[in-house]
Ligand binder design. Structure first.
Ligand SMILES: *Cc1c(COP(=O)(O)O)cnc(C)c1O
Length: 424
């Protein structure tokens, strides 16, 4: 990597010295999570036959059903549905919402606005008649987080009591996603779940778990959530799963959502795996480690870009609750430079220069760097952001820390070469 200057390598070495304790803690979490995954593999007797493909209906796919049980065990849930037929996190969340909510029910978000792509699913954006939850008579309500980013308990209590018997679901988004708030910790989510259940034991406490998996040593389902939902081309696919999503939760919640995924009555009994089982098992096996590599890459990025004078969120020494790192580039040129550099340090399409372009669902042009093996995979090193004030780049992923480091240093070098910052 001749394009990276000796000064930047030296800065990375300095970062690694300062980050020793942080990295050690990340490794310890990865160890505990790996242990949990291996225990589940062993107790469910994973063998070569678990990887056999099925076609057609996919009846009696033993490997698929076994992976569901392993997933449930790892997530501290009663049951799980892990499927390549779930095309992304948004569809997995959609299946979860439509699977549990009925006409007249109320869905209450207690972590403010949900992820952008859910707005049309819920019906707070988009076109009436397209088939959102609202079209089917499901009412959506929302409680904001407090100014310090924690749950607003008095407001939640009021909203739960106001909704009364019609309240069917309380919804939490664990990760900040692309919002200007902090990510919630699993312990906080567990306390909120207990609080809500004490007011109304009949609700489904549901968590959008995207980008949070394996960052801590347990998942929200292990501390009282009824349903946890996410994407396999983010954290829990370990960079190995080529597509898919998951839902984990109580037996009743998973039964209902499985009816929505396929058909009522058929549920989880069908779904050919077409040879994808091996990747999905391998992905779960790798996931705790891969997440640790992405976390270390995020800390390094915060350190390097912080030293170059950019505002970063979170700061380099703050323990993470998800894998996303925001860097305030401050100008369109800064964002373009960053993405160009990151892309040049990626394993795929290193020769490509990203340019901003219009993107469905966004008012502003978006720039994106993604030199990934799996299209759109964001457990692989990637970055994006809309070209608007304050010109924030969101970066995440890194299958290996070593390659993540090269990607980050390549981005830093591009920004330096373009005269947009200086090393101090
Ligand atoms: C990524 C993400 C989703 C789902 O997005 P997909 O691109 O459809 O997988 C939902 N919520 C959050 C917080 C996310 O980060």
């Amino acid at each position: 990597m001749a394009h990276i200057s000796p000064e930047l390598w030296a800065l990375a070495a300095e970062a690694e010295r300062d980050l020793q304790t942080v990295f050690q803690n990340i490794r310890e979490t990865s160890s505990r999570n790996t242990e949990r995954v291996l225990e589940a593999f062993a107790s469910n007797r994973v063998s070569e036959s678990s990887f056999n493909p099925t076609t057609g209906y996919g009846y009696n796919d033993a490997g698929r059903d076994r992976l569901d049980r392993i997933w449930a065990e790892v997530f501290g849930a009663e049951s799980a549905l892990v499927r390549m037929q779930l095309v992304n996190g948004t569809q997995a969340l959609t299946v979860g919402l439509f699977g549990l909510l009925r006409p007249g029910d109320i869905m209450l978000s207690v972590s403010g606005k949900p992820y952008d792509t859910l707005e049309e699913v819920i019906g707070i954006a988009g076109t009436p008649g397209d088939g959102s939850l609202r079209d089917f008579g499901v009412e959506y309500r929302q409680v904001e987080l407090s100014a310090d980013g924690s749950f607003d308990y008095p407001a939640v209590k009021q909203a739960v009591l106001d909704a009364g018997k019609r309240l069917k679901m309380v919804f939490v988004q664990r990760s900040k996603g692309y919002l200007d708030r902090r990510t919630l910790h699993v312990s906080e989510i567990g306390e909120m779940a207990a609080f809500v259940k004490s007011l109304n034991p009949n609700v489904f406490f549901t968590v959008d778990n995207c980008y949070g998996e394996f960052v801590e040593d347990r998942e929200p389902t292990a501390v009282g959530a009824d349903l946890c939902i996410g994407s396999l081309i983010k954290n829990p696919g370990g960079g190995m799963a080529e597509t898919g999503g998951y839902l984990a939760g109580t037996a009743e919640a998973i039964r209902l959502v499985s009816y929505r995924l396929t058909s009522v009555g058929t549920g989880a009994e069908v779904g050919a795996t077409l040879g994808q089982n091996r990747n999905m098992y391998k992905g779960l096996f790798y996931a705790p480690h891969t997440v640790s590599q992405a976390l270390m890459t995020a800390h390094l990025a915060a350190y390097v870009f912080g030293k170059m004078g950019f505002a970063v969120e979170p700061e380099w020494n703050v323990p993470r609750a998800d894998i996303i790192q925001a860097i305030r580039m401050g100008s369109p040129e800064g964002m373009i430079s960053f993405c160009k550099g990151l892309q040049s340090g990626s394993p795929v399409d290193a020769f490509v220069s990203p340019v901003p372009c219009p993107t469905p669902g966004y008012a502003d042009e978006v720039i994106m760097a993604a030199g990934t093996f799996v299209s759109g995979s964001s457990i692989e090193l990637s970055a994006d952001g809309p070209l608007r004030e304050p010109y924030l780049i969101y970066m995440q992923g890194g299958l290996t820390y070593e390659s993540g480091k090269i990607g980050i240093l390549s981005a830093a070098q591009a920004v330096l070469d373009d005269g947009l910052a200086r090393l101090r």
